[in-house]
Design a protein around this ligand. Sequence first.
Ligand code: ADP
Ligand code: MG
Length: 700
Amino acid sequence: MVDLLQTKIEFLKGVGPKRAELLNKELGIFTFQDLLEYFPFRYVDRSKIHKVNQIYDDTVYYQLVGTISNLKTHGEPRMTRISATFSDETGSIELVWFKGLKWIKNKFVPGKKYLLFGKANVFNNRFSFTHPDIEEYDPNDKVVGESLQGVYNTTEKLRNAGLGTKQIAKIIKTLVLQTWEMIPENLPTSLIMQDRLLSRKAAFYKIHLPLNSNDIHLATTRLKYEEHFFFQLKLLLNKKERTLNTRSVVFNHVGDYFNTFYNEHLPFPLTNAQKRVIKEIRSDLKTGFQMNRLLQGDVGSGKTIVALMVMLLALDNGFQAALMAPTEILANQHYETIKKMLGDMKVTVALLTGSTKQKERKTILPALENGDIQIIIGTHALIEDAVKFKSLGLCIVDEQHRFGVAQRARFWEKTEYPPHTLVMTATPIPRTLAMTQYGDLDVSKIDELPPGRKAVKTLHLYQEQRLTILSFMKKQIAEGRQIYIVYPLIKESEKMDLINLQEGYEALLRDFPEPEYRICVVHGQMSAEDKDFEMQRFVKNQAHIMVATTVIEVGVNVPNATVMIIENANRFGLSQLHQLRGRVGRGGEQSYCVLVTDHKITGEGKKRMETMVRTNDGFEIAEADLQLRGPGETQGTRQSGMIEMKIGDFMKDEPIIRHTRRMVGLLLDSDPTLSKPENYVTKEYFNKNFAAGFDWGRIG
Ligand code: ADP
Ligand code: MG
């Protein structure tokens, strides 16, 4: 059967080759199907015709009928603007065009009635319309008679070719009426019945040509449902394929390393959450298939010891383990912490970073290759080609958001079987992202902080309250505590920021003179060695104050530090602020986070400060962050890296995402390869649209 929906749009009435080409270029619309999936972004009540004297708002769309006169070009000789007067019996209003001027000039006939549609804007306290949709007024035009009409995005070029919002609505209407009955279903009937969904064809009809707002609601729900359903199907099938097919080494043995550590070296009792997570990981390691697990745990929740214990399991089964951190400071710190925790246990641990001396590298690399080194800790120096293992069985990647998936996968090339992989992140992942961006990973959560922690108190203060801040700092230092002061460092203005830091540092030296006080400095432009030296002074409590840029953001652990002062806090994002705050509150003492800003900050900046003061819950902060930043800055709420949604929205559709994920799970339980007749349409649609590279045979 010829697939009507794959017909090229140039064959649609009212389109033709020229417009088709523009639609291809401007909107990526090639076929009937593409155009059917070009959904309205809002609806207007077009049964109503307004009068010029009723215009009072620059946020709503107006529809007017009147004449156009007084066409003038401005800015000769380069003709940068055309204006005209639009009048009805109640008054007149200015129209303005900046583009497509040639076309406008010859378009309007004096005295003829036109239908105008658009949003008014305010300029010099007067309303006008810029680039409104205009067409000859036809009182018998059916589209005008319909109460709700879709408003479609268009572009300047399309508008000039006669494809404004309204004309697009018209051609889509033609298309829908001509094709809707042939739009095939793609969800199993049982699901449609159970969830009371519109049929697919009815949904397409109603989303473009609704009679009322209920139609819009039902159609939108059905189409979002379908998009999320297929995306979840893809994720879950990928996951299944991976777990069933990527063979990996088996760790079925709990031996001396793990037991000795557990019985003799554990520095504190594990929290229940830590125990649970270790159990979850252990069960993955026994299956013979590759573990791909994300370990989520807020800052300070104790991920390091989990990492160590899992690495000891690898050792118990005769394999090596690697732990990769995003910065040298953090790699060093992991190395120190782990050495200390292991104490006198006979485990060979080595550190490999960009600043490891050539001489040392020359002993480390062969020792890794012949298996003498059991645990290697480092930065991305670990994934260089020169680094070879005898039998790498496990790699742990700390602070995932700094590493891409591709980097993680490079470990997989270092052994015959890809090693088990554990990704640890302190960035709480909002539920929706966990189900989408990370939907093909297994997730473990440490949702409990070690006992005895006091919640960090957060204050938002202004620059002129500096004296208060200084005296507070002196008090804390007198009590034996240490303090971080962090300055923003943003790429574009690195120099300026460094000057800020330098000035701040010099001012501090005046307020906290040596030798009574000692201050250390760490910033991104220092050599790794210097950084580490300064860092160590702070770690060893040889400095009271550490002035730093965000290099300390990730992972640093100094339990005696109780104050985190963040300068120009409004210039940090929420998740960064949360990470920074996580550097304090790691010991038994009450800790504080002070956010310092000017009075003049943006509304959004203010919201970030309020959020930080209100809550310590990383999860809530991550959600607020997503809300505040919205699309654009994040990856966009319609994209997941794998797919771009047409109507679904990863941020807004959480209930639908959760539900469809569950439904897909149940479906695959009952029919893993979608071979039952009632699932045929679903499988066919999936194969056509999502199955590039997917092999059903492998999961059968
Ligand atoms: P993160 O999850 O941020 O990497 P860390 O592993 O650095 O956290 O742990 C934070 C601090 O909490 C460290 O000082 C660590 O020794 C301590 N800690 C971890 N687990 C426990 C526990 N079960 N009981 C008490 N302290 C713990
Ligand atoms: Mg950590």
